[in-house]
Ligand binder design. Structure first.
Ligand SMILES: Nc1ncnc2c1ncn2[C@@H]1O[C@H](COP(=O)(O)OP(=O)(O)O)[C@@H](O)[C@H]1O
Ligand SMILES: [Mg+2]
Length: 368
């Protein structure tokens, strides 16, 4: 996977231009607020995900302008390809000249992994970010999973709308109870696809993450990951998982009707990160938490490379300066031979990293 050229216009503070990175390590340096993260963010959008800063599309349009135009020439799957993303009121996306119905369809076409200090929120914040991490990592591995996610969201929204109506009415008629059972069935089938994908993804990620954490931390404690779902066991078939969800939904029906929404389901699952049986969030020091996130991300990258047999592009936004030299080296060795983008404030750190190319960004203007 290689970025050949990024062309940008109307993206945040970046002056319109082209960027041709090296096929190896690229260093982007500049003072705070100059546009380093913006440039990575623009590239990252081509992985089909949301902005890694969680920004809305409208926030990415340069102040006072009407639209964003991004074009990425990249090498993937053994050939040169081109994708375009235009943001006006909504995103318009095309791949090799063919319009796509949504940006999510780029998932699995252009693959990348991003490391950012903001990812500490994966440990510190609530389960939504962890579900999003697993879902988007899995989308890049199995692009068809995007469809499963959409289907689940649709079924959930419809069941919720129905529950809300029942709550407002005060009670449900017999017809409505029957209809609710149909919704339970549809939602359970969609839910099972998510639960199985997430659980199996984490099963594959677990040994890699544990191994990497061991390497990063010198082996003092053991990192373990597991997907927390009330319905999944390793020997369960997809039909079992769907049946279990249906039972859970039926058991929660009374509560759901009075809440006016669905209180059980994959939208309540979580990724657990522990040292032994102790949650990293509660017992990990700042440094241990940082290493745990790094291990999670490096494991994601390893799995992506292993399954697709093509290294993803690595975006390291502001992370190197926070790490000691041995951890920096661990990362650089791990992704040796990949195309890497590293942002930092100090150009001198570039010397250690044997950069292919070094770029400076000043007030949104890029110079090699
Ligand atoms: N939509 C936008 N239009 C113009 N400038 C923006 C927009 N969004 C953010 N910025 C500017 O981008 C700069 C931050 O760029 P960023 O890439 O985060 O900096 P850094 O080099 O520190 O990574 C800030 O000066 C901010 O005002
Ligand atoms: Mg930044």
């Amino acid at each position: 996977m290689l970025v050949r050229e990024l062309t940008f216009r109307g993206f945040r503070n970046l002056h319109p231009g082209h960027w041709q990175p090296d096929t190896g390590v690229n260093i982007l340096y500049g003072e705070n607020g100059q546009g380093k993260t913006n440039l990575l963010e623009a590239c990252w959008l081509f992985t089909g995900g949301r902005s890694f800063r969680g920004a809305r599309d409208s926030e990415m349009v340069t102040f006072g302008q009407e639209q964003v135009n991004l074009k990425l020439d990249f090498f993937a799957g053994g050939r040169d390809q081109q994708a375009e993303i235009n943001i006006r009121t909504r995103r318009q996306v095309s791949l090799n000249g063919v319009a796509l119905p949504s940006a999510a369809r780029l998932a699995g076409v252009f693959r990348g992994v991003v490391f950012s200090p903001a990812h500490l929120s994966l440990i510190k914040d609530g389960p939504e970010g962890r579900r999003h991490f697993v879902d988007s990592a899995y989308c890049q591995l199995k692009p068809a999973y995007v469809g499963a996610l959409t289907e689940f969201q649709k079924a959930l929204a419809q069941r919720n709308a129905f529950l809300k109506k029942i709550k407002e009415q005060g009670c449900a008629s017999r017809d409505e109870e029957e209809l609710l059972s149909l919704w339970d069935h549809t939602l359970a089938a969609a839910a099972a696809r998510l639960t199985i994908a997430r659980s199996q993804y984490i099963l594959h990620l677990q040994p890699l993450a544990a191994d990497i954490y061991n390497g990063l931390s010198g082996g003092r404690e053991q990192l373990s990951l597991s997907w927390e779902s009330p319905v999944y066991t390793q020997d369960a078939t997809p039909a079992d998982v769907a049946r279990n969800w249906e039972q859970q939904l039926q058991a929660a029906r009374h509560a759901d009707k009075s809440a006016g929404f669905t209180t059980v389901g994959p939208h309540r699952e979580d990724l657990s990160l522990c040292f032994g049986d102790k949650p990293v969030r509660v017992y990990g020091s700042q440094g241990q938490q940082r290493s745990a996130v790094l291990a999670l991300k490096l494991a994601e990258a390893s799995l992506l490379q292993r399954v697709t047999e093509e290294p993803p592009v690595a975006f390291l936004d502001d992370v190197m300066s926070e790490l000691d030299v041995s951890r920096q080296d661990y990362i650089l060795n791990h992704i040796d031979g990949w195309q890497v983008f590293i942002t930092c404030c100090e150009p001198s750190s570039a010397l250690r990293m044997q950069a292919g190319k070094v770029f400076e960004i000043k007030q949104g203007v890029l110079k090699e």
